[in-house]
Design a binder for this molecule. Structure first.
Ligand code: URA
Length: 311
């Protein structure tokens, strides 16, 4: 949306362009609705398959790509502060980003986390896991995302990489790491002789957080069983944690990524398998801090050597 078309007056086109650059690209309601004040009247799990049209209409993608600080979640807004409204437009007429949840949104609670654990544990295959996740309504992020972002790559690969959460491009395509940071990740993989046919890629959170905000600890807790089961089912020889949130969640540590990176850790699956894990810097962080690419490069060389040693 860069220029006014004959049917759209320039001022409206400018306002729409402003909304789009601020990430407000879905029309919802004029006023926010506090769903936490309403009773959660909905079944815990819908049958296999998808969301209804009202839920799908609530998607609110906002960013090009993630921009994590090393200690922060990678999936944050590309623009930390919203841009100023275009000239000639009264700032008071610009509403806040949509916050309304669809009628079926769940209030996150321990019951949903328990259900996620049960569903994840009951999945015997990656296909089943994907179906369970597509049917799971217990994480509100699902209702603002357009797609479930399950995984990309080869599930039989020796290497599995786990990022934090999908961004705008990933949400649109339903695939992890397809935006700018994904292109950098592809180059990092190529540097050690791998690509998406020899690696498997997923995220801690499979739905894009609205506006690329950092997932809450509760959302992470609800989604954690799914990624843990995914790792267990893929059973890679080596795991790479892309960024702090992935490392903290899967390696059970509170240490920051700049301390963690470059040192082998272990991810232990529910069935007790110990998988060597290399925490490293998130590609979105590297895009903003190219001087640190050399650190990630070292980490990837470690990964290459480990894979070779385990072959
Ligand atoms: N950042 C992530 O952590 N995951 C993606 O899929 C894309 C960007």
């Amino acid at each position: 949306m860069t220029a006014a078309s004959p049917s759209i007056p320039a001022e409206i086109a400018e306002l729409l362009a402003f909304y789009a650059s601020a990430g407000v690209d879905d029309a919802l309601e004029d006023a926010p609705i506090n769903r936490f004040a309403e009773p959660a009247a909905r079944p815990a799990v819908r049958g296999p398959g998808e969301r209804n049209p009202a839920e799908r209409a609530a998607a609110a993608p906002r960013r090009e790509d993630s921009r994590p600080a090393p200690e922060q979640a990678p999936a944050r807004a590309e623009t930390p502060n919203p841009p100023a409204p275009p000239s000639g437009i009264d700032a008071s007429s610009v509403p806040d980003a949509p916050t309304r949840m669809p009628a079926t949104a769940a209030v996150p609670d321990e019951a949903q986390a328990l259900l996620a654990r049960q569903l994840a544990a009951s999945a015997a295959t990656l296909d089943e896991l994907r179906q369970h996740m597509a049917a799971f309504d217990g994480c509100n992020l699902k209702f603002t995302a357009k797609n479930l972002v399950f995984a990309d790559g080869n599930p039989n690969a020796d290497l599995m990489l786990v990022g934090e959460a999908p961004g705008r491009d990933e949400d649109l395509e339903g695939l992890p790491f397809v935006g700018r940071s994904g292109r950098l990740l592809d180059r990092m993989l190529a540097a050690i002789g791998l690509d998406r046919s020899s690696a498997y890629i997923a995220n801690i959170i499979p739905w894009r957080p609205p506006g690329n905000r950092t997932p809450t600890p509760h959302e992470t807790e609800i989604c954690r069983p799914f990624i843990e089961r995914q790792i267990e089912l893929v059973n890679p020889k080596v795991l790479v944690n892309l960024g702090g949130p992935s490392a903290k969640t899967l390696l059970n540590t509170t240490e920051g990524i700049l301390r963690l990176r470059g040192n082998w850790r272990v991810h232990t699956t529910a069935s007790g398998t110990a998988i060597p894990a290399m925490p490293t810097l998130h590609p979105a962080y590297l895009l903003r801090t190219p001087a640190h690419k050399k650190l990630a490069w070292r980490d990837f060389l470690e990964v290459k050597a480990k894979l070779r040693g385990l072959a």
